[in-house]
Design a protein around this ligand. Structure first.
Ligand SMILES: *Cc1c(COP(=O)(O)O)cnc(C)c1O
Length: 362
C-alpha cells in the first residue's frame, strides 16, 4: 500500500503519518467489531463516545492541557475561528490587539474588525514579514479583551521565537501550522486554535483549547454553533461534530504518544529544519528571507531569485517525486512544509535534488 507514496511537501492538507493511514485503512469498513465504519456511526453512540473522549484525553496528555482549560472540536477551519474568537471573547471592553506577522494574522485582524475595535498592536508588514516584532516593538492595550498572534506563519515561513508578555490580557494563538510540533506551555495562553489539516488530521475539524474563565455568553447574534459556551456545555456536540476527523486526531495522537511525544517531535522537526536551512544558507542559488531567529521549523521558504527558475525547480522536483513545493501565490518561490509526518529521508531527498538542480542551472 505504501510503495508508491511520494514526499509531499504540501502546506495543507498535508502528509499524515503512514502508520495512521494504515490503521485507518484497516479499520475503515468495520471498526472494532461494530460491523460499521466510524464514518457511519451515530455521534451519540457508546462506541463513538469512547472515540471522542479518548481523542480529548490524548490531546490533554500529549500537550499537557490542565483541567482549567476546555477542549472543543469544531468545524469551520481556522478561518471560522477568525470570527468565533472575537464573537466569544470581545465581550468586555470590546477591544482586541492583533499582531500582524503575515497573511493569516492580517485576515484574522480584518475579520475581527467586523465584531469590535480590533487594532494592530504590532506589524512587520513594512519589512515584508521578514521577522517577528520584539516585545518593545509592540504597543499593547491593557484594556484589550485579548491579544491575537499567529504563532507560525505558514505562508512566509516564520515563527514567533518567544511568546509576548501580555500582562493580564489573555493571549490567543492561531497554532494551525505548529500545533503538536513541539512542547507547548498551554498555561501561557488564554486560547489556542488550530485547523487540523497541517499537523493534526484531515481538513474539517478545528481544535479550540480555551481557558475556562474565558467561556461565557458570546456577543449578541453569534451563531450557536460558534458559541464556545454552548459547544462546551454540549461536549462539542451541540450539533453533529466532524466524527471521522476526530477519530483521525485520535490516531495521530496515539502515533505521537507511541513515538515519544512532543519532545521527540520537536527534536526531529528541529533536525529536519536545521539541515534544510544549513543547506540553503551555504548554497549560492537559494535564499531564505526570514531573519534567522524567526525561522519556522514547519514551513521552509526559499527562492532562486528568478521566477522562471523557480517554476522549473517545482516542475522538475515534482517529476522526481517531491510534490507541492510551489510557494503560496502571495509570496511566490518555493515552500517545503515539513510537518511531523515528513520523514527526515524526505528532507534528504529534497536537499539532494536541490544540489543537483543548482549544479545543472549554475
Ligand atoms: C491554513 C491556515 C489557516 C486557514 O485554515 P482554514 O482551515 O483554511 O480556515 C489559518 N491560519 C494558519 C496559521 C494556517 O496555517
Amino acid at each position: 500500500m505504501s510503495e508508491n507514496r511520494i514526499y509531499n511537501f504540501s502546506a495543507g492538507p498535508s502528509m499524515l503519518p503512514l502508520p495512521v493511514l494504515e490503521k485507518a485503512a484497516a479499520e475503515l469498513c468495520n471498526y472494532n467489531h461494530t460491523g460499521m465504519s466510524v464514518m457511519e456511526m451515530s455521534h451519540r453512540s457508546k462506541v463513538y463516545e469512547e472515540i471522542i473522549e479518548s481523542a480529548e484525553a490524548l490531546l490533554r496528555e500529549v500537550m499537557g492541557i490542565p483541567d482549567s482549560y476546555t477542549v472543543l472540536f469544531l468545524q469551520g477551519g481556522a478561518t471560522g475561528q477568525f470570527a468565533a474568537v472575537p464573537m466569544n471573547l470581545m465581550t468586555k471592553s470590546g477591544k482586541a490587539d492583533y499582531i500582524v506577522t503575515g497573511n493569516f494574522s492580517q485576515k484574522a485582524y480584518e475579520e475581527a474588525q467586523r465584531y469590535g475595535a480590533a487594532r494592530v498592536a504590532g506589524s512587520t508588514k513594512a519589512q515584508n514579514f521578514a521577522y517577528i516584532p520584539s516585545q518593545d516593538e509592540l504597543s499593547l492595550d491593557p484594556e484589550a479583551d485579548y491579544v491575537h498572534i499567529c504563532e507560525n506563519n505558514t505562508i512566509y515561513g516564520s515563527k514567533w521565537p518567544y511568546l509576548p508578555d501580555t500582562g493580564n490580557v489573555p493571549l490567543v494563538a492561531d497554532q494551525s501550522s505548529c500545533i503538536l510540533s513541539e512542547p507547548c506551555d498551554v498555561t501561557r495562553y488564554g486560547l489556542i486554535y488550530a485547523g487540523a489539516q497541517k499537523n493534526l488530521a484531515p481538513a474539517g475539524v478545528t481544535v479550540v483549547i480555551v481557558r475556562n474563565d474565558l467561556i461565557g455568553p458570546p456577543q449578541k447574534g453569534t451563531p450557536t454553533v460558534l458559541s464556545y459556551e454552548m459547544q462546551a456545555k454540549n461536549g462539542s456536540m451541540y450539533n453533529t461534530p466532524p466524527t471521522y476527523n476526530i477519530y483521525l486526531i485520535k490516531l495521530v495522537l496515539e502515533y505521537i504518544k507511541e513515538t515519544g511525544g512532543l519532545a521527540v517531535m520537536a527534536e526531529r522537526n528541529k533536525a529536519k529544519a536545521a539541515k534544510l536551512y544549513a543547506y540553503i544558507d551555504e548554497s549560492k542559488l537559494y535564499k531564505n528571507h526570514i531573519r534567522k531567529d524567526c525561522r519556522s521549523i514547519m514551513n521552509v521558504t526559499f527562492t532562486t531569485g528568478s521566477e522562471e527558475l523557480d517554476a522549473k525547480f517545482c516542475k522538475e522536483a515534482a517529476a522526481s517525486g517531491l510534490a507541492n513545493l510551489k510557494g503560496h501565490r502571495v509570496v511566490g518561490g518555493m515552500r517545503a512544509s515539513i510537518y511531523n509526518a515528513m520523514p527526515e529521508e524526505g528532507v534528504d531527498a529534497l536537499i539532494d535534488f536541490m544540489a543537483r538542480f543548482e549544479k545543472e542551472n549554475a
